[in-house]
Write a protein that binds this ligand. Sequence first.
Ligand code: PMP
Length: 444
Amino acid sequence: LVELDRAHLVHPVASWRGHEAAGVRVIASGDGATVTDTSGHRLIDGFAGLWCVNAGYGQESIVEAATRQLRTLPYATGYFGLGSEPAIRLAARLAEAAPGDLDHVFFTLGGSDAVDSTVRFVRHYWHSRGKPERDQFITLEMGYHGSSTVGAGLTALPAFHTGFGVPHDWQHRIPSHHAYRNPAGQDPAAITAASVAALRAKVKALGGPERVAAFYVEPIQGSGGVLVPPPGWMAAMRAVCAEMEILFIADEVITGFGRTGPLFACAEEGVVPDMMTTAKGLTSGYAPMGAVFLSEHVYATIADGAGQGVVGHGLTYSGHPVSAAIGLAVLDLYEGGLLENGRRAGARLMAGLQALADHPLVGDVRGRGMLAALELVTDKAAKTPLPAAAQPATRIFDRAWAQGLVLRAFPWGVIGFAPPLCCTEAEIDGILARTRAVLDETLD
Ligand code: PMP
């Protein structure tokens, strides 16, 4: 498998530095919060795959729902006036659960095409209102919004731009609210004031609100290293956008479906966006699916009152019946105790990580619920990052793997945690004990 993988399977963003010879590690099976590789090595999956297997592996009710749907009807298009029961029922349940008037759902295959769809809906919104000049988009530094051509433009991480040369001159960024290394300091009110001022300044620089289409934000920045805004930050940014009639889009691809506690992170911020993107936890990794939630006034520009669509936008696998049946089974699990378990496990995880703050390598502990990170430094006062030449990410990942823990090690010395919400107390304690052991080894 390692040889076949090396010869034929492309992993553009995989980092093999330091273990090129070993090649890919092949996961053979999963059960609850654990996975086992082809050599029989069992590990706690501290990252739920790629922040997505929220329900954990081997959930029988999901497998049964998928199997039943595969036997009954594996496919129906939503394209020309047809539909399927699971897609309709899932849309209705999601609309019911979503904040405010986000009552209309467009299904995609994942997060990137969910983000792309919102860009098209935003553009159509302003065209249909006779304001096509509202064509500039603003996002945050350190943000991640997908890997498609448009989504990668909204993504701020430099690796997603360097060497591609795609013009993204309609996409602009303001600094992240990142507390640990924020030039505005660590005071929450000062950080929020700086972000509000930066957004206003950017809008002005672009020619005023009449040129700006939308502002995109993750409720917690995931791929940027789990960067949590201060309380009230989202609401303050939402208010600025509302005042200037700039559409406010919340990208909940990571934060949605219990990752931070509630079903949607926007809800706990008291914010209702104009559109919301989700994926990952929606089907918990059991099948590909994403969902865009549209508020009434955005929906009104895309379909008439009878649900008749008026725009050229659609996907062969939008509302795929098997993915939708899985989504319904996953929602049953969330509502049947999984969210509650995730909240309990998340509190234990955060408390345990806070207890690691006294470790000589730990500069910052941050997160909410089952979404957390440690930022490692060699000097706490100077916040000196681990030397890149020592390839800290590869070393930390390898050591955790040997200990029986999958975690995400970001190249700049941040360790990310996003375990399945089904974790037991013993598994959370296992993640914490193994992490401490990895830190102690990294100190040597
Ligand atoms: N938005 C956010 C906030 C994400 O974290 C991701 C994926 N990590 C995406 C969009 C893209 O989702 P996908 O990989 O499913 O296309």
